[in-house]
Design a protein around this ligand. Structure first.
Ligand SMILES: C[S@@+](CC[C@H](N)C(=O)[O-])C[C@H]1O[C@@H](n2cnc3c(N)ncnc32)[C@H](O)[C@@H]1O
Length: 307
């Protein structure tokens, strides 16, 4: 960043605290959207300033007054400016996102992990599932692989997990994350359009965070979302483009005691309208989030004719 307009700023700002404060003010002034890992300007500035300085985001108090070198100031300003001018979500700048307390590599080939299902995985899907009985699991629409990997690491020690996506670019990122956690023997990426390449496989648990934004939501999305892959967000006029197919086909791929969990976000209301007889269990989250339902294999089979 050799922008001449930045020279006065470089001379006026000195410490780590100065740059974090200034960055947060710029973010608020530019009315950035937060929600890809942080929910406010100060935390977002801490993430980006610490990243540019190769420091952990939990900056010890003693460093807030530490002065930056000239080249460090340039690196920090470049990072902050990228966020303001191009509206790039912070995780695509730092290439780091957190899910269920685990760190994932991300870039613009995958959606930034933020599903409330992290909480559910941390709780080993209790009380709906006996985690030790999960031997085969499917993470349908895996993106970065966050659900498959968090499930393997935190919830299901005995499970083999298929991580499925129709984007080969997303699967490259998922593979990178699987390797990072040394899970190559337990988590396999599979290229598949929903269930199309999974014939004959049966799972004790299917978790799916499909794209579910309807046309109106797509139009109203803040600029930050334009950097995410559309295939990870867009789901037709009513946001239920893939969910109907998942409901119709999932039972074939579940074991008799199996469970299906799907996130549909704001499309929850329309889903209930479309399938008034289906006994969805809607999951409550302590940390926020909504629109995640659970159905057992038995419930899906009983409803087969209505799906
Ligand atoms: C909302 S993202 C979820 C990513 C990740 N599971 C998460 O929770 O952050 C949806 C993912 O579904 C994938 N996808 C979209 N259509 C698909 C399809 N027909 N079959 C399989 N995957 C699909 C996209 O490529 C994207 O990676």
């Amino acid at each position: 960043m050799q922008d001449k307009t930045m020279e006065p700023i470089i001379d006026e700002l000195h410490t780590l605290g100065d740059f974090i404060r200034w960055g947060a003010s710029q973010f608020n002034k530019a009315q950035l959207f937060f929600g890809h890992g942080t929910d406010n300007a100060i935390d977002e500035a801490i993430v980006l300033v610490s990243h540019a300085l190769h420091l952990p985001p939990e900056i010890p108090d003693i460093l807030w007054h530490a002065r930056l070198t000239y080249s460090e100031k340039l690196a920090v300003l470049e990072c902050l400016n990228k966020r303001v001018q191009q509206r790039i979500p912070a995780p695509y700048i730092t290439h780091e996102a957190w899910f269920a307390g685990l760190r994932f590599y991300v870039d613009q080939r995958v959606l930034i992990p933020r599903s409330p299902m992290a909480e559910l995985i941390e709780q080993r899907i209790e009380p709906w599932i006996d985690a030790n009985r999960v031997k085969q699991m499917l993470d349908l629409c895996t993106g970065s692989g966050c659900i498959a990997i968090a499930s393997a690491m935190l919830a299901f020690p005995y499970a083999q997990i298929d991580a499925v996506d129709v984007s080969s670019e997303a699967l490259e990122v998922a593979q990178q994350n699987i390797k990072r956690y040394g899970l190559e023997q337990r988590v396999q990426t599979v290229y598949s359009n929903l269930f199309s390449s999974l014939a004959g496989r049966h799972y004790d648990l299917i978790i799916c965070n499909p794209p579910y934004a309807d046309a109106q939501e797509m139009q109203a999305m803040p600029d930050e979302y334009q950097h995410e892959p559309r295939i990870g967000l867009e789901a037709g006029k009513d946001g239920l483009f893939l969910v109907g197919q998942i409901l119709r086909e999932a039972a074939q791929y579940l074991t008799p005691h199996g469970v299906l969990i799907v996130e549909v976000g704001l499309s929850q209301t329309r889903l209930i309208e479309q399938y008034p007889d289906v006994p969805f269990t809607w999951i409550d989250f302590q940390r926020g989030g909504e629109g995640v339902f659970l159905l057992t294999a038995e419930q899906l089979q009983l409803q087969e004719s209505k799906l």
